[in-house]
Design a protein. Structure first.
Length: 344
């Protein structure tokens, strides 16, 4: 494992908008039982905006704040509800001299022809999670690695190669209660993605890292993105934004996966959202970004409700003192909405 010391950015508040809460009546219940999970009149609040491409939300219960990443900015932000976001760590995921040619290109979500549209390289931190010691572990897109932020501010690269080959662009992450880290690797860290000459691994896949041992656990999906465990950790859900689908795998006692099968196909126009971020509540319902917003799906695969936002949601996390607040990263903005069942 390689350990690097970095400068800790001061917690300076930037001039980002701490938006006034806006009422958005955009919660559609598709089944009666969905009312047990969310109030259709719940208020969707914009907490902040002005970012490039927000990702990786994670609630830090010990401090009562949300961390999230802005991938093109190469920054991790800290947001205390009711306050403006401040920089938590800057220049955190990639610091190489060839920054000009790494990271797949993306945009801030505004359509072609809109003067607000901006394009940029996705170089920074992506999916994030806390380990058993409360340390932040994140995917470095252009760094093509899994990085742990230590308590002293240094960072440890815990995985960057599989059988000698460099990852292409680590994307999202989930950590089991036993400490094992599961993550997806895509082509997103490469400027030309699948056609980039620097590509070393031929496929998208899911990996498991535990105590220094790295194992490939999913290689039967053409693309991978978000992932989440069921409450009892016997099931791992893995989604694909290419065909808006979710697969379901049994988690074996040794941490490997078996019996992969299609769990869900998210119907709708992918221009309005794709399957990406994914979390579960204590009842096992899955909350997943998709066409039209965030889908709430039962453990049996039933589409219970859809939460629409002013922007296309990218990722989400449960938080708040009772974990009944759903925080959502959506391109340029950060949002929240109350739910009735605690999340994990």
């Amino acid at each position: 494992m390689a350990r690097h010391h970095i400068l800790t950015a001061p917690l300076l508040a930037l001039a980002l908008v701490a938006a006034t809460p806006d009422r958005v009546t955009a919660i559609e219940l598709h089944r009666p039982e969905a009312g047990e999970l969310i109030d259709p009149a719940a208020r969707i609040e914009k907490l902040a905006d002005g970012f490039g491409f927000t990702e990786g939300p994670v609630w830090v219960a010990t401090g009562g704040y949300l961390l999230f990443s802005d991938v093109p900015g190469n920054v991790i932000w800290k947001l205390v509800p009711g306050q403006k976001p401040v920089v938590y760590r800057a220049n955190i995921a990639f610091d190489g001299p060839d920054i000009w040619r790494v990271g797949g290109m993306n945009s801030n979500g505004f359509p072609e022809g809109d003067l607000r549209r901006e394009r940029f390289a996705m170089i920074g931190p992506d999916g994030m999670a806390l380990d058993r010691q409360g340390r932040l572990v994140f995917c470095s897109f252009a760094g093509r690695s899994i990085v742990r932020l230590e308590k002293d501010g240094s960072r440890t690269i815990i995985a960057e190669r599989y059988r000698g080959q460099r990852f292409n662009g680590t994307n999202d992450i989930a950590i089991k209660r036993d400490g094992a880290i599961y993550f997806t690797d895509t082509f997103g860290g490469l400027r030309e993605r699948a056609d980039d000459p620097r590509k070393e691994i031929a496929i998208n896949a899911v990996y498991r890292w535990n105590d220094g041992v790295l194992t490939r656990v999913v290689e039967d999906m053409p693309s991978v993105n978000g992932l989440a465990f069921s409450p009892d950790e016997r099931i791992l859900y893995v989604n694909s934004g290419v065909d808006n689908s979710v697969n379901r795998y049994d988690v074996l006692p040794d941490g490997t996966l078996a019996n992969g099968r299609r769990f869900l196909a998210l119907a709708g126009d992918p221009k309005t959202g794709v399957s990406d971020g994914m979390k579960v509540d204590v009842r096992g319902n899955i909350y997943i970004t998709g066409p039209g917003g965030i889908w709430i799906v039962s453990p049996a695969g039933g589409h219970l409700a859809t939460i629409a936002f002013p922007e296309k949601p990218i990722n989400l996390a449960f938080g708040g003192a009772d974990r009944r607040t759903l925080f959502v990263t959506a391109h340029t903005g950060i949002y929240r909405v109350a739910v009735r069942v605690p999340g994990i």
